[in-house]
Design a protein around this ligand. Sequence first.
Ligand code: ADP
Ligand code: MG
Length: 304
Amino acid sequence: MAILKVQDVSKSYGRIQALNRVNIEVPQGSVFGILGPNGSGKTTLLSIILDVLSADTGTYSWFGAGTSPEIRKKIGSLLETPNFYHYLSAVNNLKVTHEISGRGNDGSEIDAVLKKVKLYERRTSRFSTYSLGMKQRLAISAALLGNPTVLVLDEPTNGLDPVGIAEIRELIILLKEQGHTIIIASHLLDEVEKVCTHVAILNRGVLVTTGRVDEVLVADDSVELSAADNTRLSELLKNFNGVKKVHVAGQFVYAAFNQGTANLEEINRLCFSNQITLNHLILKKQKLEARFFELTADSHANPN
Ligand code: ADP
Ligand code: MG
């Protein structure tokens, strides 16, 4: 079942089109990554599905039922880091959050969420003594008050060091195991690749692709080769069976194949039978990162 369905959502700020007819479906129990470079529309999309902003056109529905205050209670969110009081402990900060939001019952539930984010042992320490990672975990614990089914997190690892990032990653995996559906926006591919089951890739407000991580971020085989005449070599390779793309960069020619389909012996034989002697031929696995950069290439070349 889809927990969230977004249909044809568009949003402009003046003449900046932040979202252009975006469609996504978030399956129940998934960790759904919304991935894209800075300025691609991730925060705008999250703000719309959380009712903080309204879309210009398009619709979305949670749990197949639109939105209502009842449904809103099933969604915990972290869009901006909450302003916690530096001189208060974790417990007292969450009491304040509880009083403002009305989410959760204080007392026992505050203990429960602090255990979930592994801050229970430090629950009485002042907020000001926390590391950045602990502060971020406290923010996530505030989003967990009221035991929401879904968690929506915007760039939860922003500004954290590698240890802090790893802690948040473990926490997300744990929350998924406990049955939460998690929607997480990020411009860091690495973060998404390690924890997400599904992704949607945005580029300049347009949905480039969406689906299961292993389907969307399949890595191509890339064959790196060279010969005395690389122009002739690349022309020959363009007609070779199974080649998706050929390009020349520096002293090498690169030919992309679907994962697991590049056959070096066959390539060698073809070249030789066409009077091209290769002086270099190796198989490189294309990194997922390369795929992401390919899909969002224009933003990197010309960031706004
Ligand atoms: P992301 O979260 O992916 O970095 P945003 O949703 O914040 O992207 O922004 C998408 C685009 O909309 C960007 O070009 C950004 O500059 C623009 N934008 C975002 N918020 C506003 C705003 N309040 N007013 C004007 N432009 C905005
Ligand atoms: Mg953002």
